[in-house]
Design a protein around this ligand. Structure first.
Ligand code: HEM
Length: 471
């Protein structure tokens, strides 16, 4: 039988069964769920959400529903009835109760492309162990200084290769990829890392596509790219195991995984999935934050001049222009940190996180039944005037005066609880070093009008074309 016929039949059967399933789910707990609306059968409100997040101002999607239903409402997105929360306390509760009341549950296209041993998907004690191994390794690599040195060298050499007109988003992607590969595998940029990066671009394009290879070209390409990446990285792991047997040690994440007591018991599949998850999670996010920080600074000349003054001072204290930044330099950039926090707050690189309830859970007076999907919209509190005056305006100075007044559970661009982003400090340091070299050595201006969008990833529509000139 023709495969596409089978797919179509399956598709229509699921289409017909969704209202029934939903009706059954909803009827079991009719009065305990938050109010909301479910949109069309099967696709629910997914298209409204996507079209809002493809604009510069996605807020009306949530504002409209919050004004009618409150800060926790019910909707139907990405194939499932979902409880959508923009309430900061509820969001924090969800994050902190990971593994107890909730568990990570990304839409299938994302989880399929990650693999079952991805840090984002793994659960239980293995997740706990691998999460803390990653966090500890990154922390010590940063504070011991060797990672900062790599960053410095990489950023200078990439910036030296810039032509007068660049797409900043593409350039920052190359930089963050090279840096992550160095951190994970000690590999320097070469043909192999570039071809690996091309495969990662294809994988990322497959997120948010319909997860059926026979009807989605981008998903099909992403699956094939993932297979190539797995094959390529498996060879690296094999080779490293052999080298370690001969006594060779490398100070990178792969070395740390193989070095630990159970290192030999970890399968290649597990190690590769873990490496892939770090590359996927760190790559688009940090490069978007770098690009957007430059865009926001360009549009706020006063902020740019204050940041440049701070960075020029740091450079002036160095013996010569090639002297790399060290940890103490990073720790003496208070205004740069305000710019980074404000960029993260306004751009909401990760707009929210998906979870599933592990039992019936009480949230703000509602009972959310076991098995329901929850979306904790991290973006909601970040864009709320109650916590941030003129929340929709980029204002880095707010972090000088309001920092102590903002409750800790409100500003959470890196999530929280057991799944707190292991790359949170790494990305802040990378953005700081990037801004340092950019503002102390270059001037630039936008080459075209461009705008920020939030779907499928946060970034700019035209990848931020700029004319750039070395001073
Ligand atoms: C601006 C940059 C970044 C932002 C905004 C960001 C944001 C986040 C958020 C919100 C989460 C929580 C997801 C959840 O709870 O389900 C997360 C998790 C994660 N991030 Fe990041 N991230 C950034 C950079 C990085 C970098 C540089 C790396 C790696 C080198 C990284 C690796 C990860 C991984 C592996 C997870 C999953 C952790 C787990 O589930 O245990 N991220 N990130």
């Amino acid at each position: 039988m023709d495969l596409s016929f089978v797919v179509m039949v399956t598709f229509f059967i699921s289409l017909l069964s969704i209202p029934f399933l939903f009706f059954t789910l909803y009827r079991r707990h009719p009065n305990t769920l938050p109010p909301g609306q479910m949109g069309l059968p099967f696709i629910g409100e997914t298209l409204q959400l996507i079209s809002a997040f493809k604009t510069e101002n996605p807020e009306p999607f949530t504002d409209d529903r919050v004004s009618r239903f409150g800060s926790i409402f019910m909707t139907h997105i990405f194939g499932e009835p979902t409880i959508y929360s923009v309430d900061s306390e509820v969001n924090r509760f969800i994050l902190n109760n990971e593994g107890k009341l909730f568990e990570c549950s990304y839409p299938s296209m994302i989880s399929n492309l990650h693999g079952k041993y991805s840090l984002l998907i793994m659960k239980g004690s293995l997740h706990k162990k691998m999460h803390s191994l990653t966090v500890n390794f990154i922390k010590s690599a940063l504070t011991r200084g060797q990672l900062l040195l790599h960053m410095d060298t990489l950023m200078r050499s990439y910036m030296d290769s810039w032509s007068p007109k660049i797409l900043l988003m593409e350039e920052t992607k190359k930089i963050t990829f090279a840096l992550t590969v160095k951190l994970l595998l000690s590999s320097d940029p070469c043909e192999w890392t570039e071809s690996l990066r091309q495969e990662f671009l294809l994988i990322a394009e497959g997120f948010w596509s319909i997860p059926i290879p026979s009807i989605s070209i981008s998903y099909n390409r992403a699956i094939k790219a993932k297979e190539k990446v797995v094959e390529s990285l498996s060879l690296v792991v094999e080779e490293r195991r052999r080298a370690m047997e001969e006594g060779e040690r490398k100070n990178d994440v792969l070395g740390a995984i193989l070095d630990e007591k159970a290192g030999n018991e970890h399968s290649n599949e597990m190690i590769v999935d873990l490496l892939v998850s770090l590359l996927l999670a760190g790559y688009e996010t940090t490069s978007s934050a770098m690009t957007l920080s430059v865009k926001f600074l360009t549009e706020n000349p006063r902020a740019l001049s204050e940041l440049k003054e701070e960075q020029d001072k740091i450079r002036a204290q160095k013996g010569d222009d090639n002297e790399p930044l060290v940890w103490n330099d990073y720790k003496s950039m208070p205004f740069t940190q305000c710019v980074i926090s404000e960029t993260l707050r306004v751009s909401n690189i990760v707009g929210g996180i998906f979870r599933r309830t592990l039992s019936d859970v009480q949230l703000n007076g509602y009972t959310i039944p076991k098995g329901w999907k929850i979306f904790a919209a991290l973006r909601g509190p970040h864009m709320n005037d109650e916590y941030f005056k003129d929340a929709r305006t980029f204002n880095p100075w707010r972090w000088q005066s309001d920092a102590e007044k903002t409750p800790a559970n409100v500003f959470i661009p890196f999530g929280g609880g057991p799944r707190l982003c292991p790359g949170y400090e790494l990305s802040r340091v990378s953005i700081s070093v990037f801004l340092h070299h950019l503002v102390t050595n270059y001037s630039w201006e936008p080459a075209e009008k461009d705008k920020v969008v939030f779907f499928p990833f946060t970034g700019t529509q035209k990848r931020y074309p700029i004319y750039v000139k070395r001073n």
